[in-house]
Ligand binder design. Structure first.
Ligand code: ZN
Length: 361
């Protein structure tokens, strides 16, 4: 648990949390934000929320925005926090005593929230919020409550069942099925949508100063997660794309032995593999869109429109579709933990069939 009262002389000050802190700064989650604002204005906030959705779409930021709104000393007319009162300033600085972030204390294979962290939180809940407003606890990710065993989750159940006055618990997760049903059933669920690619591209241009084609490529690779998009290195992605397009070209015209060699090399590197599959799929997706004369604005590779048009003219849509399907199948098999070497062997051979309209199996 983040302890804002920790002695600053002995503990390294926490880095200020990046990103939005107020409702007006949350991007692309209008429905959730308006739901929370209305519930608050009508005094109908739930005692516990489960924020469901992909990584990097604003779940933790929204929790912080809600805590800010609940504790603000001069809230705006629409219910959002003012951003300048002492409470808002402490929240922005990460030093608000009533906004608690309960998260795994160490990274690992299965990051864990320990039962001691929940006990400490429960102990705090026997006192009213220190600032006179609301105490908001953000538990993220909630599946870390059951990483080793159910003890921490079970300890939390009692508080979820009988929440003290002016206390709010927010859990975040990507997959509801990873949580105990007894925890889920005590929370009000709010679903966070993946962010539209155009919105992510706009943010990358604004925050990172990226040129529109680069921003659009990264946005398309981000799976609707602004957090993931911001963590990608544009130069590295462009270099990877060059490599992927070179590999696809070589596979199409090369021998079966070369395809198997390629598969063995790629199978050894998981991060490269994930990016290869995503980038290659995006390339074939764009080719298919070209074949169907979709508006150019829909294409992810805005800087390679001429290459796409040339390639589309030289391939048959059925072949492109088969290659796209081969990549999706490989991705599904890898996610299901099937043998990567075998999966990539098959993929390499299937990608070889470019230009053959009857080459599918
Ligand atoms: Zn304020």
């Amino acid at each position: 648990m983040a302890n804002p009262k920790k002695d600053k002389a002995t503990a390294a000050p926490p880095a200020p949390a990046p990103g939005p802190r107020f409702f007006r700064e949350i991007l692309g989650q209008e429905w959730v934000v308006s739901h929370l604002k209305t519930a608050r204005q009508k005094g109908r906030l739930a005692h516990a929320y489960l924020f469901l959705g992909p990584e990097g779409v604003g779940k933790a930021s929204t929790a912080q925005a809600l805590a800010a709104a609940l504790n603000c000393q001069a809230p705006l007319e629409d219910g959002d926090a003012c951003g300048v009162c002492p409470s808002c300033r402490r929240l922005a600085a990460g030093t608000h005593p009533d906004f608690l972030v309960i998260e795994p204390t160490s990274e690992g294979h299965q990051p864990q929230i320990k039962i001691e962290q929940i006990r400490e939180f429960r102990r705090l809940t026997s006192y009213p919020p220190l600032g006179g407003g609301w105490r908001v606890a953000l538990i993220k990710p909630a599946e870390a409550l059951t990483a080793q065993n159910d003890a921490a989750a079970n300890a939390l159940l009692k508080t979820l069942e009988e929440p003290p006055d002016r206390h709010l618990i927010i859990l975040t997760t990507q997959v509801e099925a990873d949580l105990l049903p007894t925890v889920v059933s005590r929370c009000h669920k709010l679903a966070f949508a993946p962010l539209p690619a155009a919105l992510i591209a706009g943010e990358l241009e604004r925050r990172r100063g990226l040129a529109p084609p680069q921003a659009q490529l990264l946005a398309a690779l981000s799976g609707g997660s602004l957090g993931r998009a911001l963590s990608l290195d544009p130069e590295a992605i462009l270099a990877q794309r060059r490599q992927v397009l070179a590999d696809l070209g070589a596979l199409a015209t090369g021998s079966a032995a070369a395809a198997l060699d390629w598969a063995q090399r790629l199978a050894k590197s998981r991060p490269d593999l994930d990016h290869f599959l995503s980038l290659a799929q995006m390339w074939y997706r764009d080719l298919l869109l070209c074949h169907f004369q979709a508006p150019a604005a829909l294409l992810a590779h805005q800087d390679l429109l001429a290459d796409l048009a040339r390639e589309a003219a030289a391939t048959k849509p059925t072949t492109v579709f088969q290659q796209f399907t081969a990549l999706s199948t490989a991705q599904r098999h890898l996610q299901a933990n099937l043998n990567p070497e075998l999966t990539l062997d098959i993929l390499g051979l299937r990608l070889q069939r470019r230009g053959q309209s009857h080459g599918s199996r």
